[in-house]
Design a protein. Structure first.
Length: 128
């Protein structure tokens, strides 16, 4: 199975210049654990996750700080033709739970560890 089969339409994102509150609101409204942080041209720059939010709260930083100051800059990505096993290995090796999916330099979606586990379990149950 390939990543393209798991990718949901659309990318939930905020611009790097927007405040943390933008990301938190979008995460809450869309029931997701991360948002992609992009530049003004839509190019991925980083990711803001639940773990980043915990750090912001623990350090008492406030929600009005720009995402560029608190996002995770090391952006590990997958492409649409990549296997879900390969994507899972990237996530394990880098200790991450959200993987932006990139095609031709543009983000086309996000895959979570939950998405991958569900797909692998469905495969296992379909082919015992």
């Amino acid at each position: 199975m390939r990543i393209k089969e798991l990718v949901r339409d659309g990318v939930i994102s905020c611009r790097a210049s927007e405040p943390i509150s933008c990301a938190v609101a979008k995460m809450y409204m869309n029931n997701v654990g991360s948002v992609l942080v992009i530049d003004d041209d839509g190019k991925p720059l980083g990711i803001f996750t639940e773990r980043d939010l915990v750090r912001v709260v623990a350090e008492n930083l406030g929600l009005d700080i720009p995402l560029s100051k608190v996002m995770s800059r090391k952006l590990i990505t997958a492409n649409t033709s990549e296997s879900i096993v390969s994507a899972a290995m990237k996530m394990i090796e880098n200790n991450i739970r959200h993987l932006p999916v990139i095609e031709e330099g543009r983000a086309v979606g996000m895959v979570s560890i939950r998405d991958i586990v569900r797909a692998l379990m469905a495969q296992e149950l379909a082919y015992p």
